[in-house]
Design a protein around this ligand. Structure first.
Ligand SMILES: Nc1ncnc2c1ncn2[C@@H]1O[C@H](COP(=O)(O)OP(=O)(O)OP(=O)(O)O)[C@@H](O)[C@H]1O
Ligand SMILES: [Mg+2]
Length: 244
């Protein structure tokens, strides 16, 4: 049973208090939307959860294990994976080789034939199997997002955080990403989806977390959260600043 428990996380960058005591739990294969205005702390929270940075204080447990002091590869091995808001790939490797790397690094691979078969399945599902021998750098922005999702699938984590998977993605590819999220969730994985686009958030997620200036101001079903005065205020406030 998946159990992620985040307790009283704080993060300060110098004088900038970016996370102010964030607590929440993920129980089982939930599909959770994490939303909030620019600079709210969503990516920072993700960076702490995947071990890229350490919290100033607070704890993160995945199952029985405390993971907030783990380096990223140990977090990945413990079963939590993420994609990046700004896509990362091994640009001078082929698409297929890109899929091999994380699985090899974590020792998931049983044999080359096995790995290739699994990688081809993943690429077919993501509709980029015809690109398997292209260098990653030749892919479009949207295709690179798909490649990153594919790398994650090769690791098969229990908890997946997707940081803006739809940003800059062609509408045709959005459908592929929707299907990916549904399939991975149906397979029993928990997903935290970060997006500024409300259509995918409301059509996919059964629960929403709202961050605003480092405070978790709402946690509940989308219909409740949508009508929460504090959430409306956070978004209207952000809009007023933008138009000011
Ligand atoms: N490495 C860092 N050093 C200093 N400040 C940082 C660092 N990373 C993030 N911040 C600051 O932390 C705050 C939260 O940033 P973060 O990227 O987590 O927001 P976000 O919710 O992901 O925003 P967006 O929706 O624009 O992606 C911002 O004020 C940002 O400038
Ligand atoms: Mg971000």
């Amino acid at each position: 049973m998946i159990h992620l428990k985040v307790t009283n996380l704080h993060k300060r960058f110098g004088g900038n208090h970016v996370l102010k005591g964030v607590s929440f739990e993920v129980n089982g294969p939930e599909l959770i939307g994490l939303i909030g205005p620019n600079g709210a702390g969503k990516t920072t929270l993700t960076n702490i959860l995947d071990g890229a940075i350490k919290p100033t204080s607070g704890t993160v447990y995945l199952g029985e294990r405390r993971i907030d002091q783990f380096p990223p590869f140990e977090v990945a091995r413990a079963g939590l994976g993420r994609t990046f808001q700004v896509t990362r790939s091994f640009r001078r490797m082929t698409v297929l080789e890109n899929l091999f790397v994380p699985a090899l690094a974590l020792g998931h691979a049983r044999g080359r034939a096995d790995l290739t078969e699994r990688a081809m399945e993943v690429l077919e599902f993501l509709t980029i199997d015809h690109l398997r021998n292209e260098y990653a750098q030749a892919l479009s922005g949207g295709q690179q997002k798909l490649l990153e999702l594919g790398r994650l699938l090769m690791l098969d984590p229990d908890v997946i955080i997707l940081d803006e998977p739809f940003a800059g993605v062609h509408p045709g590819l959005m459908e592929v990403i929707y299907a990916y999220i549904r399939r991975v969730n149906d397979a029993g994985k928990a997903i935290i989806l970060i997006s500024h686009q409300m259509d995918p958030i409301f059509s996919l997620c059964g629960r929403l977390l709202v961050l605003n200036f480092g405070d978790l101001i709402a946690d509940g079903p989308p219909d409740e959260v949508k009508n929460d005065p504090a959430v409306i205020e956070a978004y209207l406030g952000a809009e007023e600043e933008e138009t000011a």
